[in-house]
Design a protein around this ligand. Structure first.
Ligand SMILES: NC(=O)c1ccc[n+]([C@@H]2O[C@H](COP(=O)([O-])OP(=O)(O)OC[C@H]3O[C@@H](n4cnc5c(N)ncnc54)[C@H](OP(=O)(O)O)[C@@H]3O)[C@@H](O)[C@H]2O)c1
Length: 293
């Protein structure tokens, strides 16, 4: 098991990407701290984890990520439940679409608060409980970004602002905490079939083909939480690039896809732009290859 005995906290784990990831972490042997505002959804995630029968702990505590005291209380409960945190995923997020000059002021602030202040509160509340005593097993702080950085689609000004902001926050924090054993990394998904993108239609089986399932992202987070990523810091993992690589790998002749070293020339020839984007993240490709075996 990839994460046996590790303790991972995931915000926004009641549904969508956070829920899929929480279940994936539990399957890999990690205890998980689950938080969002909706108790029923958190309990449903916990039940699915308990039904796996892996014996991991799943601790549930509601918190509004924009309320610092609630976040502190949740993280205290997780620490009481399983001890110091090996990884924290700042994943909770929210978006609304409007023409910018008509955007309701309070909604604009709500999005900034959830997606930016929420990441700050997550880090600040987690910091005392991050396990930072081992340079060979560093604590991981992972943010769920978005392809809204750097693509900036229209009518999403507030959301785009937040997803640009967290890239800057990561860069600043990675520099600031360089001497402590904490790595900062980000997964930047394309469109995913969740409530945030498709409202109540999420999971209805009718998603457009280009839209990912929430669990399609699990490998990227699992890699960042794994021992293989101990030296990966301030990386941006663009889901689109690596999903294209997954598709390409499926059609790559054997002998050219055993590992990154042998695959990279093939990738450079077949998809030079993707190669340029990922060439410093060969370890992610190695991880994807090893998971597909
Ligand atoms: N779906 C996509 O296409 C897509 C693409 C790129 C990036 N992302 C990012 O992925 C992350 C997860 O979103 P998702 O797609 O999985 O959407 P989702 O299914 O709507 O899940 C969002 C999660 O965040 C929680 N949350 C929202 N506001 C919160 C608040 N104020 N306090 C505490 N928890 C809050 C929600 O729970 P409650 O509402 O119960 O609190 C829920 O558990 C977000 O950061 C989003 O920006 C999504």
């Amino acid at each position: 098991m990839l994460l046996k005995g590790k303790n991972i906290v995931i915000t926004g784990s009641g549904r969508g990407i956070g829920k899929a990831l929480a279940i994936a972490c539990a399957k890999e042997g990690a205890n998980v701290g689950l938080t969002s505002r909706t108790l029923e959804e958190l309990n449903a995630t916990k039940k699915e984890i308990e039904d796996l029968g892996t014996g991991v702990k799943a601790v549930v505590k509601t918190a509004d990520i924009t309320n610092f005291n609630e976040v502190i209380e949740a993280f205290m409960a997780f620490h009481d439940g399983f001890g110091l945190f090996n990884g924290v995923i700042a994943n909770a997020g929210y978006s609304r679409m409007w023409t910018t000059h008509e955007f309701i002021n309070d909604k604009f602030s709500e999005i900034l608060n959830a997606n930016v202040l929420g990441v700050f509160y997550t880090f600040k509340a987690a910091y005392p409980y991050l396990k930072k005593d081992d340079k060979y097993d560093k604590a991981r702080f992972i943010i769920t970004g978005s392809e809204a950085y750097p693509n900036a689609p229209p009518k999403l000004t507030a959301y785009v602002a937040t997803k640009y902001a967290v890239v800057g926050m990561q860069k600043a924090m990675a520099a600031e905490y360089k001497r402590e054993n904490i790595n900062f990394n980000m997964v930047l998904p394309t469109q995913v079939d969740t409530r945030l993108l498709r409202g109540k239609k999420a999971g209805d089986g009718n998603k457009p083909d280009h839209v990912l399932n929430p669990w399609d992202l699990n490998d990227f987070y699992l890699f960042l939480l794994s021992d293989d990523a101990n030296k990966i810091d301030n990386a941006l993992i663009f889901a689109w690039d690596f999903n294209e690589i997954k598709k390409l790998l499926a059609g790559t002749p054997s002998g050219k896809k055993e590992n990154w070293e042998v695959f990279k020339d093939y990738l450079a020839e077949k998809a030079p732009k993707i190669y340029e984007n990922v060439k410093n993240l060969g370890k992610v490709v190695d991880f994807i290859i090893s998971r597909s075996k």
